[in-house]
Write a protein of this length. Structure first.
Length: 165
């Protein structure tokens, strides 16, 4: 499979994967372009052509590099909450915003594979199988990573006096 076939076969999957991380059309386009540029540059380094899991891994790493270098804007672009609209008081809304901010900080402080598992399963709402493919691990391994990630996150939030529900 040459790079053109690779692009045609996987560009839509990679785009959806990256968009689920970024929620930003322009950033997604940049990351997808960089992913396929790297595939083009490294296609001769493989015994067999890169596959979808490899492209997902590359795009995820490019996204994490972006977050690390643009930490001040990443808080606005990632939304770890799914809060419904309601008639809450300003105090309740402020309290919820603070909890979401703390949750986001604690997720970003997790080691990379734990953070990735949380994002894949809870933010991107991937199935166990899809998340395992995205992380390039077995489904059983993914479940184990997710379990440990939730425990670490729960412990961290409990130390801060917050609850993970």
């Amino acid at each position: 499979m040459d790079i053109d076939e690779l692009y045609r076969a996987y560009v839509n999957d990679v785009y959806r994967f990256v968009f689920s991380l970024t929620k930003n059309k322009y950033l997604t386009e940049d990351i997808v372009q960089e992913t396929f540029t790297r595939a083009y540059l490294h296609v001769n380094n493989f015994n067999s052509p890169p596959n979808k899991a490899w492209l997902f891994t590359v795009s995820r790493n490019i996204f994490y590099d972006y977050i690390r270098t643009n930490k001040s804007t990443s808080d606005k672009e990632l939304n770890f909450s799914r809060l419904p609209d309601s008639d809450e008081s300003p105090e309740e809304k402020l309290f919820q915003k603070e909890n979401i901010k703390n949750l986001h900080e604690e997720i970003m402080n997790l080691q990379e594979n734990y953070r990735t598992a949380i994002i894949c399963f809870y933010v991107r709402e991937l199935s166990y199988r899809e998340a395992a493919i995205a992380m390039d691990v077995t489904e059983t391994n993914f479940k184990s990573i997710l379990f440990r990630a939730k425990n670490k996150l729960r412990q961290s939030l409990n130390r801060k006096g917050e609850r993970l529900e």
